[in-house]
Design a protein around this ligand. Structure first.
Ligand code: ARG
Length: 458
């Protein structure tokens, strides 16, 4: 295949150099966006009489044929192509001959690649938003289906206070709601047409950028040609938002891994989302969750990779920027698959209600209720805290749990303890008492699920 340059060179390119600079092995991912962008550009060239109407028509029709073919059959790359832009132009030349050479009028690969990436990412960000929404739906439905199940709430991975399992799941719903919001927000800044900036300075041809923007569905056009060809902040924003989303997925994965261990035994994952061991026949491993947790590292790496690659680049385009593609594509694919598999895990997991509820027994997780009780009787919280600490110590030394204590025993610590405290000490009562907005009181959780439903409807 012919290069898009060469006139000023006396020597052939070094073979290793050619391989080293080529990006076709990965930027072929951009083929359909590159062709789509070229179709809009060719139409504009005709409309503005930069090429003749017939030439424009010829180019557009041929590009549409190539596009259909790529959509149907993918692309068969021939050896030695420098990049996707070269591949498309060569293909066009095979179809219509030398007129193909007119397509690149008033355009550079620098604004072209920025366009391809923006077209690609606009589509992918919408897909990612849908995948996040599906996961939120799985969380919401699982929370709704399992309303009433009590589990220990943790801090420091120590039993802290009893909560509703649904409340725990809904915590993730709202994390992913913010993730989706970040994707919606950054979409606006991807949605800007860079084409028409040419190499860096703009062009002397009478182009119509608004026309191209409307053809390609962009909401705006870039203000500064140098900026448009040389910044990749729109990719960095996506990688940042993706890194945060992977962090949330990784935390949920960690909990799934813990919960499905023998020690916790809170859930059982569906067989279809686990694998076994080649040596230990009894094993059933939570691989999807482990790999999501593991792959979070590479998504963080992709962000750092691009931040570092960009940080010292002078304006405008530099070939370093070709390195932006692999971290971008890898993030789109890793985040997408992780979101999908997480939804599946949540939808299909079996919940061990008895084990979860049993874990809240005898774990002192209602000690705060005892303290709050005394505060309501007039003690300061500090005094009450200290006194309940003594009761806990007493229990530990006497191998008792809070629930085992009789009223006389409690009264020996403070006279204000009454019969009612035995009810207040139950995990169920502790949950029903957390009536503050956003708390685990069952009615609050039901409201929060209802709210989530409305959010997902929007
Ligand atoms: N393959 C290049 C990239 O991905 C496209 C732009 C190349 N421009 C150039 N002048 N070499 O960034």
């Amino acid at each position: 295949m012919e290069n898009l340059w060469g006139g000023r060179f006396k020597k052939e390119i070094n073979k290793e150099m050619k391989k080293f600079t080529s990006s076709i092995t990965f930027d072929q991912e951009l083929a359909i966006y590159d062709i789509t962008g070229s179709i809009a550009h060719a139409k504009m060239l005709g409309k503005c009489n930069i090429v003749s109407h017939e030439e424009s028509q010829k180019i557009v029709v041929a590009l549409e044929v190539i596009l259909k073919d790529v959509q149907k059959n993918g692309l068969s790359i021939s050896e030695g192509v420098e990049d996707i832009h070269t591949w498309v132009e060569n293909k066009l030349k095979e179809e219509i001959g030398d007129i193909a050479g007119k397509l690149h009028t008033a355009r550079s690969r620098n604004d072209q690649i920025a366009l391809d990436e923006r077209l690609y990412l606009k589509e992918k960000v919408l897909k990612i938003q849908d995948l996040i929404k599906n996961l939120q739906k799985s969380l919401m439905l699982t929370a709704q289906k399992n309303l009433g199940i009590i589990m220990p709430g943790y801090t420091h991975l120590q039993h802290a206070q009893p909560i509703l399992f649904s409340h725990h799941l809904m915590a993730y719903f709202y994390m992913f709601e913010r993730d989706r919001g970040r994707m919606q927000d950054l979409y606006k800044r991807i949605d800007v047409l860079p084409l028409g900036s040419a190499a860096l300075a703009g062009t002397s041809f009478p182009i119509d950028r608004e026309f191209v923007a409307s053809q390609l569905g962009f909401s705006g056009i870039s203000e500064n040609s140098l900026d448009a060809v040389s910044d990749r902040d729109f990719i960095l924003e996506f990688l940042s938002a993706s890194a945060i989303s992977m962090m949330h997925l990784s935390r949920l994965s960690e909990e799934i891994i813990l919960w499905s261990s023998k020690e916790f035994n809170f859930i059982e994952l569906d067989d279809s989302l686990c694998t076994g061991s080649s040596i230990m026949p009894q094993k059933k491993n939570p691989d999807a969750a482990e790999l999501i947790r593991g792959k979070t590292g590479r998504v963080y790496g992709n962000l750092i990779n691009l931040l570092i690659m960009m940080k010292a680049l002078p304006l405008a385009y530099n070939h370093d920027m070709q390195e932006d593609k692999e971290p971008l594509f890898d993030t789109v694919s890793t985040l997408g698959k992780s979101l999908f598999l997480m939804s599946k895990m949540i939808e299909t997991m079996q919940i061990n209600k008895e084990k979860m509820e049993k874990s809240t027994k005898g774990d002192f997780s209602t000690a705060t209720e005892l303290a709050d009780y005394l505060v309501k009787k007039g003690l300061s919280f500090r005094e009450a805290h200290k006194l309940i600490g003594k009761i806990v110590l007493y229990c530990l030394e006497n191998k008792k749990s809070l629930e085992d204590l009789a009223i006389p025993e409690l009264k020996s610590f403070h006279k204000d303890f009454k019969e009612e405290i035995l009810e207040i000490l139950k995990p169920q009562s502790a949950i029903e008492a957390k009536d503050s907005y956003g708390g685990t009181f069952s009615k609050r959780v039901i409201d929060s699920i209802q709210k989530a439903k409305n959010i997902l409807k929007q």
